[in-house]
Design a protein around this ligand. Structure first.
Ligand SMILES: [Mg+2]
Ligand SMILES: [Zn+2]
Length: 204
């Protein structure tokens, strides 16, 4: 079965719009540094690359699904021209209420993609910049990573991701490092307190 990297869009692939605003037009889509390189690395490592994005702007009447599809088409073409292949884009067009199965933190988009494409969710990663992304990934049974730009640290009540870094590229590099044959978790010589703790306890 195929494994996937599920990518959130705004704040992972492209700059987020200011609070309360939405990226609905091509002119507003500004790729973040290293994104094409990161997606190219995922492609070559055999991950399906699947965008999963909440787009409440559609429910609010700020964009149509047709506009959104055209925007995503252009996004995929621009990335493909830079050697980065996105295999599919899923988005939730619904508002927060009434609750739907697809708006993250619900896992619906990941589950649908897995069903459509025969994905191995346990071998897949959800990479996002919000607690809702991490929660959706965990509910789908994926490993999770969170892009944390400068700013306030994530609230402690948030779901804890497996990997945290400041960009998609750094996260992908860490995922691929874990992926090396024989690299199951942290290296054996890692002297981190987390690695040492349980061993000490067993010896006591
Ligand atoms: Mg986001
Ligand atoms: Zn939805």
């Amino acid at each position: 079965m195929v494994r996937a990297a599920f990518l959130d869009r705004d704040g992972v692939i492209n700059q987020k719009a200011p609070e309360g605003a939405y990226v609905t037009r091509w002119e507003q889509m500004h790729f973040l540094p290293g994104v094409a390189e990161a997606i190219g690395l995922l492609n070559r490592a055999g991950f399906g690359v699947i965008v999963v994005s909440n787009q409440r702007c559609i429910a609010k009447g700020l964009a149509t699904m047709r506009d959104t599809d055209a925007l995503h088409q252009r996004m995929c073409e621009a990335l493909a021209a830079r050697g980065a292949r996105i295999d599919a884009v899923y988005y939730c067009p619904h508002d927060k209420q009434p609750p739907c199965a697809c708006r993250k933190p619900a896992p619906g988009m990941l589950l649908t993609a897995a069903h459509d494409r025969g994905l191995d969710l346990a071998a897949s990663w959800m990479i996002g910049d919000s607690a809702a992304d991490v929660a959706a990934g965990q509910k789908a049974g994926c490993k999770t990573a969170r892009v944390v730009a400068e700013g306030p640290a994530a609230a402690s009540a948030d779901a804890v991701p497996d990997v945290v870094a400041s960009s998609l590229l750094e996260i992908v590099q860490q995922i691929l490092e874990r992926d090396r044959p024989g690299a199951d978790g942290p290296p054996a010589d890692a002297a981190s307190p987390i690695a040492a703790g349980p061993r000490k306890a067993r010896n006591a």
